[in-house]
Each structure stands twice: as structure tokens, then as C-alpha cells.
Design a protein. Structure first.
Length: 386
């Protein structure tokens, strides 16, 4: 029976998801005993106090948010530890980190599909997960010839992550070209943007479409309007972290690897529920596609919705969205299929029927083409305990 210290932010959905995954693994291969140590102990008793308590309790392992400068003391004590990189990655121990560039790229692709030509990012430049999400966002947009407007706090202490200065933020939001798509480093900052926009009378999503990261449902619903967000496979990350910790306890800490929490999909809520184009025919086409994607939709049906020839619509659609109509439908169908794959227990055949598709083998083949693996392998990869 292992004794594990969890030094996490138990109010955050991300940490809760990590704990769910850790708990799932412990029930399968445990039992484990957990000490949920509040983060304020890190500030009050410091690493020395935490380490003293861990040694007295005879803890077998630690998973938590630790300061980089203090980690050597735990390493020297010989306790297996996995750190959540809430500031920067550790070199001495394994990290629960993330596909941060990938999340930024996913956000950029999402806004590009909605026809936006103006882009902004709001975050912190001295925190790895914010900085790399911004880099991924900008890298993808630069390839398409777009620039990114930045508002980045130069330095953010952990106690300031929730705080913003309305004056400087207000000036920045007012100065942005409209309509604009704005990605924030996480959902907390996304809600700050929606609050500031409400105070300034800036309409969301008509003038500013806002996207967060983490899919923290409480924060997303607290936002007005509700905040769209990039969902992460944090529960799977927790499961994999527990598996690694189990290995380290049994075999030593000489060999380890980082746990990568991947972005999974964008959960669309009202804050981005718009198509940014002045072309009414393209807006109508996009609206029709999104409303009917759960049917066996074809390009000809989209063409019938507007008074344009297929050739004319295809040309304008490609110019504005960057995708041919068939490819846009294909991508959106795969997104919807992926969402059902992860959020339900339905089989591939049942999901295909639910989306109006009669050939489950064909959608499975298309899924493999887009994701590089079969639906079953993908589900196993991103659902904890599978």
C-alpha cells in the first residue's frame, strides 16, 4: 500500500481531472493512501516543512506543484516525485506537462475555420504553458500570413494569476481591430476578457470572439456569455502519471519521462458562436454546414442554400475559410465524431448512425486518415483507464 502526497490546486478543474486519473489507476493497481496537502503549505512551511512531513509519514511518492528552485532537496531525499509544470518544466524530475504548442495551433485553426482575419492572444510570458500556447497560436497564423496582437503580463506571480489591471487591459481591448478572435492562455484569463468586454460595452462574440483553455465548466459557465474552451485529456494524464510513479517507486528514479497532457478538442459555447465574414453567402453556407453536420451532408446541398454557382461558391469559400467546401465538411465531421467518441460509450457503428452515416467502415477509414490511428486506438489513448 503506497502513501502518496498530492500537492495540487484542488479548486482547479485541471487538478481535479488529474486526481481522477490518479485515483482510477490506484483503484486498479493499489490500494494507495492519499494525503491531499493544500497549496498554502508550500507557502507557509516551505519545501523543508513538506519534506519533513513526507519523511515522517514515510511517503512513497509526491505529485504536485513545486517551485523549480526547491526541487533538489526532494531529489536528494530519494522520494519519487512528479511535478506539475505550473511555472516552468523541471530538468531533474518528470513533469506533468502539456502539448502547449499544439493547443495554440488548435486555437488558431479553430478561428481560421470561422473566417477570422484578426487575431489576438492574452496571457503571461513568464509561464511555460502560456508562453508556448502563444507561440503555437502565432506560428500557425504566421504561416497563413496573419499577425497576432498581444497583451502579455511581463511577470506573473502565482498569487497574481487571477488579477488584471482594467485600465491597461481596457485600452488594449478598445485598440484591437474588430471583429477579432482572441485566444487566452487559460479559462481564468478568458473570463477576465469577457468581464472586461462587458464593462466596456464590447459585444461578444460579434466584436471579440473569446476562446480559453482547460474547459473548466464552472469558469466557462460563470463567464457571460459562456466561454468556449479547448478541452484537455488531463484525466488520462493523471492516470499515466500514476502509472509512472508506480514504476518509479518499484524500480527507482533513474529512468523517467514527461507526461504530456494533450489538447483534445474545442468545446464551442456562445463566446465564439459566430462566423466572421462580411460575405452573406459564405456566412449562410457555414451556418448550414454546422447546423446539418450530424446528417450525411454533401457539397451539393450547401450550394443549394445560396444563389451562386458551385464554382463561384467554391472559389469564395476557399478564399475566406482557406478550405474547399468538401474539406471543411470533412474536418468538421471528424471533429464531431471525435467528440462523440470521447464523450460517450457508443460504438463506431452507433456514432456513425447518430451522425446520419450508413457506412461505419468509411467514417473509420476517414478518421484514421485524419488522426493517424483507428477510432478504438484513439479512444483508448485519451480516456483514462482504457
Amino acid at each position: 500500500m503506497y502513501k502518496i502526497i498530492l500537492l495540487l490546486d484542488f479548486a482547479e478543474e485541471y487538478s481535479k481531472s488529474l486526481m481522477k486519473g490518479i485515483n482510477t489507476y490506484s483503484k486498479e493497481f493499489g490500494p494507495w493512501i492519499f494525503c491531499r496537502m493544500p497549496l498554502f503549505h508550500r507557502e507557509t512551511v516551505g519545501i523543508d516543512g513538506i519534506l519533513k512531513w513526507a519523511l515522517e509519514w514515510k511517503a512513497d511518492g509526491i505529485v504536485g506543484q513545486l517551485y523549480n528552485k526547491d526541487i533538489e532537496k526532494i531529489v536528494q531525499a530519494g522520494i519519487p516525485v512528479i511535478a506539475q509544470d505550473f511555472k516552468e518544466r523541471f530538468a531533474e524530475i518528470p513533469n506533468i506537462t502539456g502539448g502547449y504548442h499544439e493547443a495554440g495551433q488548435l486555437g488558431a485553426d479553430y478561428f481560421l475555420k470561422k473566417g477570422f482575419t484578426n487575431f489576438a492572444f492574452y496571457g503571461f510570458n513568464d509561464i511555460v504553458w502560456s508562453r508556448e500556447r502563444a507561440e503555437g497560436f502565432e506560428e500557425r497564423l504566421k504561416k497563413r500570413g496573419h499577425k497576432v496582437h498581444y497583451f502579455e503580463h511581463k511577470k506573473a506571480r502565482s498569487t497574481e494569476l487571477w488579477y488584471y489591471k482594467p485600465s491597461s487591459l481596457s485600452r488594449w481591448l478598445k485598440s484591437l481591430p474588430k471583429p477579432i478572435s482572441l485566444m487566452t492562455c487559460d479559462d481564468n484569463q478568458g473570463q477576465h476578457i469577457t468581464e472586461a468586454c462587458r464593462q466596456l460595452g464590447i459585444r461578444i462574440p460579434e466584436e471579440v470572439a473569446v476562446l480559453g483553455v482547460d474547459n473548466d465548466e464552472m469558469i466557462c459557465d460563470l463567464s457571460d456569455p459562456p466561454l468556449s474552451s479547448i478541452a484537455l485529456d488531463a484525466e488520462k494524464g493523471g492516470y499515466d502519471a500514476a502509472k509512472l510513479l508506480d514504476h518509479m517507486i518499484k524500480h527507482g528514479t533513474a529512468h523517467y519521462y514527461d507526461i504530456i497532457v494533450k489538447p483534445v478538442q474545442v468545446i464551442t459555447r456562445h463566446s465564439t458562436d459566430i462566423y466572421a465574414t462580411n460575405d452573406d453567402h459564405i456566412a449562410s453556407s457555414l451556418k448550414y454546414i454546422h447546423q446539418n453536420i450530424d446528417k450525411n451532408l454533401h457539397v451539393d446541398e450547401v450550394v443549394k442554400q445560396v444563389p451562386l454557382s458551385r464554382r463561384a461558391l467554391e472559389k469564395r469559400f476557399l478564399e475566406i475559410t482557406g478550405y474547399p467546401i468538401y474539406k471543411y465538411i470533412f474536418n468538421l465531421r471528424i471533429e464531431k465524431f471525435t467528440q462523440k467518441l470521447l464523450d460517450t460509450d457508443m460504438s463506431v457503428f452507433e456514432i456513425a448512425l447518430d451522425m446520419g452515416l450508413t457506412d461505419s467502415k468509411n467514417i473509420a477509414r476517414q478518421f484514421r486518415q485524419a488522426k493517424g490511428c483507428s477510432p478504438s486506438v484513439y479512444r483508448n489513448r485519451y480516456v483514462a483507464g482504457k
